[in-house]
Ligand binder design. Structure first.
Ligand code: SF4
Ligand code: SF4
Length: 90
């Protein structure tokens, strides 16, 4: 079975870990690296600008935006009581 992670018109993608991405907008310089590198095509930068956690998006919690943000703006918030901090340290 072929898994197409890049077609956002398909039904909701399966998250790698239960949780969502939150941000500290005060640290963001709006460089757009996060949005450019999101494999799903989510405009992460816009979410930060609008101060909206990435809940109810197509986010698969891959952590790429967190790892690539040069300002440490983004963090994973686990909804299962666990933390991915050790895996996604920046
Ligand atoms: S990569 Fe970081 S600093 Fe750049 S727009 Fe995204 S959240 Fe802001
Ligand atoms: S965690 Fe992955 S899928 Fe979710 S917004 Fe960041 S780069 Fe995109």
């Amino acid at each position: 079975m072929k898994l197409n992670l890049f077609n956002s018109k398909k039904k909701k993608h399966i998250s790698e870990t239960p949780g969502y991405i939150d941000s500290d907008p005060a640290k963001c310089v709006q460089c757009g690296i996060c949005s450019y590198n999101c494999p799903i095509g989510i405009d992460v930068r816009a979410h930060v600008w609008d101060r909206e956690p990435m809940i109810n998006t197509q986010c698969i919690t891959c952590g790429r935006c967190i790892a690539l943000c040069p300002r440490g703006v983004l963090q994973f918030v686990a909804t299962d009581g666990l933390s991915k901090d050790t895996l996604w340290s920046t």
